[in-house]
Design a protein around this ligand. Structure first.
Ligand code: PGA
Length: 247
């Protein structure tokens, strides 16, 4: 398993359903990784094997994994198959998976457990929708997601949490640095209640939602924000490099 303690921040590119072989080649020529930070590229799974460069601080992550370990499940990829292909990280419970593919907190919990058992670090995504935010349900939603999505075997060394307010994903709206800090602090407090102070204080909680090079520094300088999960801006290698190197 990757030793997260080595890094001061963690940055993840979530390419979603984008990219092809020539995009990939061009991207890696332009990408500038910072050795203080752990950088992870989550490409579509079919490209994962061709991604691994020779930079020791650059890793591959899948965008999803099956909740099944093996069997008659057409189209699925298991955690052990990802491990077999040297994949070190995997997004789990991204809001687009929850919204378009009916992924539940229970699915996220099972997938995360299967990944941890294979020594792959799950990046467990949580966050509230605009409607939930407007009804002042943010804390309740986050508490429920933490309670049910995060498996009991998770800790600061084998799992990452990504706070992604759904209203900020791909919308151009970003949480203010103060809003992000407040929610990350709340999430940390919930981890203290569910696990322990030593796990919560060392847990990496990263922020995602319309982060751009211009907004990166202020968000990632917040004390409880340990890096970012970047969608749209990660499709441009120069922009993503600027974000990685913003702190
Ligand atoms: P965005 O996506 O940066 O385009 O808002 C973030 C994500 O979906 O992980």
């Amino acid at each position: 398993m990757v030793n997260l303690d080595k890094y001061s921040s963690i940055f993840i590119a979530n390419w979603k359903l984008n990219g092809n072989s020539s995009f990939l080649k061009d991207y890696y020529e332009k990408l500038k990784v910072n050795s203080n930070n752990c950088t992870i590229i989550c490409s579509p799974s079919i490209y994962l094997k061709s991604l691994k460069g020779n930079n020791e601080n650059l890793f591959c992550g899948a965008q999803d994994v099956s909740s099944y370990k093996e069997g008659a499940y057409t189209g699925e990829l298991s955690a052990s198959m990802l491990k077999d292909n040297n994949i070190d990280f995997c997004l789990v419970g991204h809001s687009e998976r929850r919204q378009y593919f009916a992924e539940t907190n229970d699915n996220v919990n099972i997938k995360s457990s299967n990944l941890i058992e294979e020594n792959i670090i799950p990046v467990i995504c949580i966050g509230e929708t605009l409607e939930q935010k407007e009804k002042n349900l943010t804390e309740e939603i986050l508490s429920t997601q933490i309670k049910y999505s995060v498996p009991n075997l998770a800790n600061h060394q084998n799992a990452l949490i990504a706070y992604e307010p759904v209203w900020a994903i791909g919308t151009g709206l970003t949480a203010s640095p103060e809003q992000a800090q407040e929610m990350h602090k709340f999430i940390r407090q919930k981890f203290t209640e569910k696990f322990s102070e030593s796990i919560s204080s060392n847990l990496s909680i990263i922020y995602g939602g319309s982060v751009k090079p211009s907004s990166a520094k202020n968000i990632f300088n917040q004390p409880d924000v340990d890096g970012g999960l970047i969608g749209g801006a990660s499709l441009n290698a120069n922009d993503f490099s600027d974000i990685i190197n913003s702190i």
